[in-house]
Design a protein around this ligand. Structure first.
Ligand code: FE2
Ligand code: FE2
Ligand code: FE2
Length: 418
């Protein structure tokens, strides 16, 4: 049994950073809300467990808003329909058992206090931390009006005070009042060192996961990625399971195969940073958009590198667009470990044999021709391509089953969505 040590906060902040890097319009929102939440938690004397749940929830709170347009909409002070993205975030996060509590916090992060009515919502108990997150989120939105300058705390406080007991829970407003006057808070908020400040202020908790939990965490991340594109909602599961199949047939032992499968589930993680607008374009990407799309394996590597136990998986997962002749991207490395070459073959095989709404899947004969051609052109590992073709039918069945299962999971999530 393998144990994985996951520095959750560091991981999710790196994910949030990747998102912010490519969509400057929402620049740093998640990170600042995490910082403000931790200040409020501190002021209110939350336990370390509650603080941890709150800050991780804060770092992920708008993860259910998939497009840049949706993300921008969450930055209006008065939201028109605030609960859809919160519910969506919850539906993803709660499937991972260790995130159950923080999923609840995310779910209700736009519930108004309304003189105490907001202690429940639609018959559900609203966690106290949801109201803290709500305030932290709105403080950041108000601070954005300052156009990059140091925010004026008194103006923000005045605005928040008018919503005391209406939008915001009184205790949270009181906590805010006690730190609003401290200049360093606002300087931190605009600091380019906010990452370091956050890691100094928050004592990181390490989540220890066994194989099964690790897989379900990787699947959670994979869902978040696949869900962003209406064309490839089950792609990742197909890649992960065909990669595991190839690893097995190369003769790797069980635990090695599991790690290859994990890398498969995580290979497109960096797509979190790419807007849905771009992922959904069938063709005709502008040069700059194509540049962003091609950045996704870069982000996959940088995000996964935050996990020490993943130093090899980070490389295997992020090299799937590298090619043996060095013409791939984004690292242009010629020599890839076999695990990375497996994922590259699994990625191409899955992409051409899966149905997409804008084109039907290739039949196995055509798929074989394509793979052979790519292998002849030095774009895929020729030995692995031969292996894949020898077991073509089984490989395809593996892909089909994995994708059918993933598609059921999506249907279950969508059935619950508001
Ligand atoms: Fe939100
Ligand atoms: Fe937000
Ligand atoms: Fe990719």
């Amino acid at each position: 049994m393998t144990e994985y040590h996951i520095p959750v906060l560091e991981l999710v902040l790196t994910m949030a950073n990747a998102v912010d890097l490519v969509s400057p319009e929402v620049g740093g929102h998640h990170k600042r809300v995490t910082y403000l939440s931790s200040q409020l938690a501190n002021e209110m004397g939350l336990s370390s467990r509650d603080t941890f749940d709150l800050v991780v929830a804060a770092a992920l709170h708008d993860i259910g808003a998939f497009s840049i347009k949706e993300r921008l909409a969450t930055l209006d002070f008065e939201l028109v329909s605030p609960h859809a993205h919160a519910e969506m975030g919850y539906l993803f996060l709660h499937r991972f058992q260790p995130f159950l509590r923080l999923a609840e916090i995310v779910r209700f992060h736009h519930v108004r206090w309304d003189g105490g009515q907001g202690a429940t919502f639609n018959g559900y108990q609203v966690p106290a931390s949801s109201h803290i997150l709500h305030l932290a989120d709105r403080i950041d939105v108000l601070s954005l009006d300052e156009e990059g300058g140091i925010p004026n705390p008194f103006k923000i406080l005045d605005r928040i005070e008018t919503e005391r007991d209406r939008t915001f829970k009184p205790e949270t407003v009181d906590a805010f009042r006690t730190f609003a006057a401290k200049e360093y808070i606002w300087l931190d908020l605009r600091s380019s060192n906010l990452d370091r400040i956050l890691s100094d202020t928050l004592s990181e908790q390490i989540l220890v996961l066994d194989d099964e939990n690790m897989l379900s965490f990787a699947q959670l991340l994979a869902h978040l990625v696949d869900f962003r594109s209406r064309y490839t909602s089950t792609h990742t599961a197909g890649v992960a399971e065909t990669a595991r199949f190839l690893a097995e047939h190369v003769g790797m032992d069980r635990s090695h195969c599991r790690r290859v499968r994990l890398a498969g589930y995580l290979h497109d993680l960096g797509k979190l940073a790419v807007g849905r607008e771009i992922l959904d374009k069938e063709s005709g990407l502008k040069e700059q958009e194509y540049g962003l799309l091609k950045a996704h394996p870069y982000f996959t590597r940088r995000i996964l590198e935050t996990i020490k136990d993943f130093s090899d998986i980070a490389i295997w997962a992020s090299a799937h667009h590298e090619r043996p002749d060095g013409t791939g991207y984004p690292f242009h490395e010629r020599h890839q470990p076999i695990e990375a070459r497996i994922i590259a073959v699994a990625d191409v095989f899955t992409a051409i044999t899966e149905d997409r709404p804008y084109r039907s899947a290739m039949n196995l004969n055509d798929a074989a021709k394509t793979l052979r051609q790519m292998s002849a052109n030095c774009l895929l590992d020729s030995t692995l391509v031969e292996l894949a073709l020898t077991h073509q039918r089984e490989l395809d069945e593996t892909r089909r089953l994995a994708q059918a299962e993933a598609s059921e999971q999506y249907a279950a999530i969508m059935a619950q969505a508001v």
